[in-house]
Write a protein that binds this ligand. Structure first.
Ligand code: MOS
Length: 751
């Protein structure tokens, strides 16, 4: 196995601090808490996509063995945060999150219509099958292409002049007609589902009717706490959310979903702790998805390869009751230097559940189209696609006319091209064959916005000099605890073994949820400043000791104090320092604590901040079967300073795997006669497995971005997937001469 980092970078990396717990089964996931008196809920879901419930026959279910309750809109406990039902009831206006068991309306196939609570999960499943629901059915519309003419400007955008989703233009979009070389193409991405291996699950526990604890799979304990407190009209502190271990989420856990509210309702109704675990099939209609999206791109350049105009129009799918907006066309404004740019974004409401953010939302979708179009135009120009991108490299942000806080994309391109051997690429498609396979090389750029939110962290040193750092942040898989441990250990000059990081509980210091690749920039900064504050306190106490002559003269008062190996040092050359434990002991302290908040400042208005990257991909295509194998990937990123190489590399690999899934496999197929997904298991919804994934080489520029935060680190999670699907499609074109503009690139499209 080739090593992509210098030995010391990997050797000084921390392995996952919770790795042992995870692989040994000791880690407790949301559905695994042994709460006394626990009972089980199972959802009954609609089998029509539009209409209303006319009757629910539940007597047989209610009298089945072990059943405690059958809950539906007919008898559900009130959710006090929801408006009283209008009489006569009307369909929810656009902008209303779906309210479970609220009224008789059906908005999508798979909508929860009832819930059975029983003493065992098996009995609940059995009784759920006995509930008979009758409907008055209405004609549904779920087919994107057939309805795309009904797409319009989102209401949200109509209301907000400053929305980034407003139509955008710089220069003159009509200038496309004058471009010497131009292409026009349409790209389509089907609906895709996150499908983390751990299904969404919750245990809801009421105490004395006004205190609620949930063990819930989500991506933000504080945000879930706020949403639940609001729904059930409770003081925030009366709601506690515990989400210590998450088996993947990819965006599916950013919101509180209807099944969460349903479980809390059930626990209230039966006055027992209730567990609800979604079935794999229910994961397709309960926790959002990447929306079906169609994009049209027209881009043109001068003969020497300078971009002249880009026109990017995107239309995404949403539900009838809620608008979900994505950055689909936004990257096109900032990625390349181009004088004439116009973008337009539209939404198409259908009788489906609401989509949500998934793995580089919008950007992964938009950059598939943009980077495919760039490849198409490079081919029309007979120019190397990398050279074409370099020719249009944006030295400043062409959208906001601001300097980048830092941008080393050029170094990424260079590093990636060298490591990959890009110079061996042939411009003419289908010109390399190896062992009967068509060989293709493709590349694409990547960018992802920088997100930093106010965050708090608390650092507590114990009498023995060890430190616990706490923040209500999350780890949905990237290794948050490991990275935070690394930050704290570095600031405090402590061995990482002496640092413990606690996350995933709403009673910890306030932090944002884990999304938008914002955790290191936000929470990492809070951990950094909290540990800096603790360090200052330690040094001040050491100085007092020194002044009292109690440090053996080892700490110099005047200057140069610092920390190393668990000791405070002065500036003297033969200074032996004084240990943290001795400082606390001398001052008779059991512990020393610092809590700090960190937030972004005016730099946001002075600089344009992005993570950048690029991917190089080699594919082999079987000319007889059309099967595409990705055989090699080199991915490079410029995300500022790397905190911990081992977990960073693992995140980059994960992103690329997601990109390969998006490019070649993932596709939620619907039977439009019923408005129902039919690919609702892993036999039919394909995600990459080990056999599908080649060696992935990961490289970083690893240069701190001094403007973004104290560590100089930007987000890493999503930059790794954005662009990958484009790079794969471009490699497939290079291998076969066939341009596939509709994902996934399955064999039927190539033969
Ligand atoms: Mo991510 S889609 O911001 O979890």
């Amino acid at each position: 196995m080739k090593r992509q980092f210098a030995d010391n970078e990997l050797d000084t990396s921390l392995s996952r601090v919770d790795g042992n717990e995870k692989v040994s089964g000791a880690a407790t996931y949301s559905a695994e808490y042994a709460v006394p008196g626990l009972v089980h809920a199972v959802l009954v879901t609609s089998n029509i996509a539009k209409g209303s419930i006319t009757a629910i026959e539940s007597r047989e279910a209610e009298t089945a063995p072990g059943v405690l309750a059958v809950i539906s809109h007919l008898n559900a406990p009130a959710v006090p945060g929801w408006p009283a039902l209008k009489q006569p009831a009307e369909r929810a206006p656009v902008g209303t999150a779906f309210r479970v068991f609220y009224d008789a309306f059906i908005y999508f196939d798979g909508q929860p219509v009832a819930m059975v609570v029983a003493d065992t999960q098996e009995r609940a499943i059995h009784a759920a099958a006995l509930v008979r629901v009758t409907y008055q059915q209405e004609t549904h519309q779920t087919h994107f292409e057939r309805n795309v003419k009904s797409a319009g400007i989102p209401q949200n955008v109509q209301r907000s002049k400053n929305s980034p989703f407003q139509d955008y233009g710089r220069g003159d979009a009509d200038a496309i007609a004058e471009a010497e070389v131009r292409i026009e193409a349409e790209y389509t991405i089907p609906t895709q589902h996150h499908q983390p291996l751990e299904p969404h699950a919750i245990i809801a526990v009421w105490e004395a009717n006004d205190k609620l604890t949930v063990y819930d799979k989500n991506q933000g304990v504080k945000s879930a706490q706020g949403q639940l407190a609001q729904a059930f009209k409770l003081p925030r502190d009366n709601v506690q959310v515990v989400s210590k271990y998450i088996g993947g989420a990819f965006g599916s856990g950013i919101r509180v979903w209807p099944h969460t509210i349903a479980a809390v309702m059930a626990a209230k109704q039966v006055k027992r702790p209730v567990k609800l675990v979604l079935g794999r099939d229910q994961m397709f209609t309960s926790v959002g998805y990447r929306p079906y999206t169609a994009q049209k791109l027209r881009i043109g350049a001068s003969k020497d390869g300078r971009l002249h105009a880009m026109v990017h129009e995107g239309t995404g799918q949403t539900s009838m009751y809620e608008e979900h907006l994505e950055r689909t066309v936004l990257a096109t404004r900032a990625m390349y230097t181009c004088p004439n740019v116009s973008t337009r974004y539209r939404l198409l409401p259908l009788d489906v559940n609401t989509p949500t953010w998934m793995r580089g939302p919008g950007d992964a979708t938009g950059m598939f189209a943009l980077e495919s179009a760039m490849d198409e135009l490079a081919f029309a120009l007979k120019m190397d696609p990398l050279e074409f991108r370099l020719k249009n490299y944006a030295e400043t942000d062409p959208e906001r006319n601001l300097p980048w806080s830092a941008k080393s994309l050029r170094e990424c391109y260079k590093l990636g091209a060298e490591k990959f051997g890009w110079e061996n690429r042939q411009i003419e498609p289908a010109s390399i064959r190896r062992k009967g396979m068509l060989v293709g090389y493709g590349m694409a750029s990547s960018l992802y916005g920088f997100h930093r939110h106010p965050s708090k962290a608390r650092a507590v040193m114990r009498a023995d000099g060890s430190v616990t750092v706490q923040s209500a942040t999350m780890d949905i898989g990237p290794g948050t605890g490991t990275a935070m441990t690394r930050i704290a250990a570095k600031v405090l000059g402590l061995n990482a073994k002496k640092v413990k990081f606690e996350l995933g509980h709403s009673n910890l210091p306030d932090a944002p949820g884990q999304n938008g690749s914002a955790t290191i920039p936000s929470v990492g900064s809070a951990v950094h400043v909290a540990c800096e504050a603790l360090k200052s306190k330690l040094i001040a106490l050491a100085v007092k000791m020194s002044e009292a002559g109690k440090s053996g003269g080892q700490v110099v008062v005047t200057d140069g104090q610092g920390v190393r190996n668990g000791r405070v040092f002065g500036s003297g050359a033969d200074d032996e320092g004084v240990s943290f434990a001795d400082i606390l002991k001398y001052h008779k302290l059991n512990e020393l604590e610092a809590t700090e908040e960190s937030k972004p400042g005016p730099e946001r208005d002075q600089y344009s901040m992005f993570s950048f990257g690029c991917h190089f991909v080699e594919v082999h295509v079987n000319p007889l079967t059309g099967e595409v194998r990705v055989v090699r990937v080199v991915t490079c990123a410029d995300v500022g300073a790397i905190i911990n190489y081992k977990t960073a590399r693992s995140q980059s690999i994960g992103g690329v795997v997601g990109g390969i899934g998006m490019a070649l496999m993932e596709h939620s197929e619907m039977d439009h006669r019923f408005g129902r997904y039919v690919t609702t298991d892993f036999a039919s919804y394909h995600i990459p497995v080990h056999a599908d994934i080649p060696p992935i080489e990961v490289y970083y520029v690893d240069k701190p971005d001094v403007h973004v935060n104290p560590m100089g680190s930007k987000g890493l999670g999503e930059i790794a997937i954005v662009g990958v699907a484009g790079a794969v499609a471009n490699a497939v074109f290079n291998a076969t001469g066939k341009r596939i503009r509709t994902l996934p690139i399955t064999p039927d499209k190539l033969i």
